[in-house]
Ligand binder design. Sequence first.
Ligand code: ZN
Length: 198
Amino acid sequence: MPSPIGHALAGVAAAWTADLIPGRRAWRAAPSTASWYQRAGNGLTLLCAVLAASPDLDLLVRRHRTITHSIGAVILVALVAGVIAAHRSRPISRVALMCAGAYLTHLVLDWVSADSYLPYGIQALWPFSRSWYISGWDLFRETARLHPLAAVEISQNVTALALELAILGPVALGVWLVRVKALAGLSAEMSSRDHPPE
Ligand SMILES: [Zn+2]
């Protein structure tokens, strides 16, 4: 399974991809003079990064890659995100899709990653099935978490992280560049609405 950094990067890319969908998204835009944090989509983009890395918190309860790595969990994230969006007067389906999409990237990345611990893969279809699924493609390396300060594990993790950045970095960068263009007009629209000409 990939590192939390690889997963978080995929979550950010998912949030930015959702911003490309036309519709009520002007609130996701910020002027070019705004801070990087605001331009990147502020707290919601950060939340998507956290959501994308969060399924591996199940390591703490020794139920790794089961319920947390399933379509059932993705649906739950969508429902909770939708309720919070409604509460905060944000577009419900957009926010639900963004958060669930970010979470779903975790499942996809684990599914295409190398795994040397039985049972291989993730219980992707829980609660509909308890079967374990893995693609066998080994696109991402396995990260080691048993002795993270041991030289051999540091080397393994650095190599795994470099591969994740090499694959996911260009994807995130590409989506970012398209998103900047897509939202540019919207942020101008927003600011002219906020400061109407006198
Ligand atoms: Zn995982």
